[in-house]
Design a protein. Structure first.
Lengths: 186, 120
């Protein structure tokens, strides 16, 4: 037995990101079981985790969790490097880009609901941009645009309210999230 | 506090975006002209103001086109799969029914065309 010459030091941050990413992947898997009338219209439950990470640990950690979620979800759902995976990647990237800007909005007026809604629009925007450019370069995407936008608005708002509730009362939000998202140190 | 002042604004803006996209994507203009082609050549251009019917001959047989005020359809076609017949009534500018085996097409046009040209 030779010991590995490469030692990768694991910091507490790494462990936390891994734990949160696991939570996001779990939600992605649970969500994949929910039937949807239109492919692509999903509640986006994992975005709840991404938003919580963004608000508590910053954009970098959120980007890590999001990337790991897309990768891990792709592996577990068997869609790694399939078209759906790239759509997911495009959506996550666009969503993170929008959040990078939106998080600088004054938090006095713009709460988690705003962030969640713009992230949802970013998500669907990124996906549709890639789908329209690559998979379905036709009017089909345009016809479905209002459906996706309405879904983004509704699910974004609902997820935002959930995030706001979780942030407002960690004690009442249940064991799971309380242990995964400890109160932040400012 | 779950909703802050700006959140309401963002939600309203999102609602506005959804409405705007709906109008953009689904609010197609009603057409007022029907263009009938056979083998790529325009054989008849007529307005959708009164009921009339046309018979166009193609390689397989005769395609029957029916026009009513504001709408038009392919009522009968000799093709095997009947795709253009099943499309039913066409009302919006830019819509088209293509009877490919018989090389006949019916296209609806409005005052302003939705597309400059369509290639199939």
């Amino acid at each position: 037995m030779t010991r590995s010459a490469i030692e990768l030091p694991v910091s507490a941050d790494d462990r936390r990101i891994a734990r949160l990413a696991a939570l996001a992947i779990g939600l992605t898997l649970a969500e994949a079981a929910i039937p949807s009338p239109v492919p692509g219209v999903k509640p986006g439950l994992a975005n709840i985790v991404i938003l919580l990470v963004l608000l508590q640990y910053g954009w970098r950690a959120a980007a890590w969790v999001s990337a790991l979620r897309v990768l891990g979800g792709g592996l577990l759902l068997g869609s790694l490097f399939a078209p759906g995976f790239w759509l997911s990647t495009a959506g996550a990237l666009a969503s993170l880009a929008v959040l990078a800007l939106a998080r600088h909005l004054p938090s006095r007026y713009f709460g988690p609901v705003s962030l969640s809604v713009v992230a949802a629009f970013g998500h669907i925007g990124g996906q549709l941009a890639l789908a329209g450019w690559w998979l379905l370069p036709s009017a089909a995407v345009i016809t479905l645009l209002p459906v996706f936008a309405a879904a983004a608005l509704i699910f974004g708002a609902v997820n935002g309210v959930i995030v706001a509730r979780l942030l407002a009362g960690p004690a009442s939000s249940g064991r799971q999230s309380a242990s995964c998202i400890p109160p932040s140190t400012p | 506090m779950l909703l802050r002042a700006g959140d309401v604004g963002v939600l309203l803006a999102g609602g506005g975006l959804v409405v705007g996209l709906s109008v953009f994507a689904w609010g197609g203009q009603h057409g007022d002209t029907a263009v009938i082609r056979a083998a790529g050549q325009v054989v008849k251009t007529t307005s959708l103001t009164h009921a009339q019917s046309f018979s166009v001959d193609g390689p397989l047989g005769t395609t029957h086109i029916e026009i009513e005020p504001g709408r038009a359809r392919v009522s009968a076609d000799p093709s095997a799969r009947q795709l253009c017949v099943k499309q039913g009534w066409l009302t919006r500018s830019g819509q088209a029914a293509l009877c490919l085996p018989n090389q006949v097409s019916l296209e609806i046009r409005g005052r302003t065309s939705a597309y400059d040209t369509l290639g199939y």
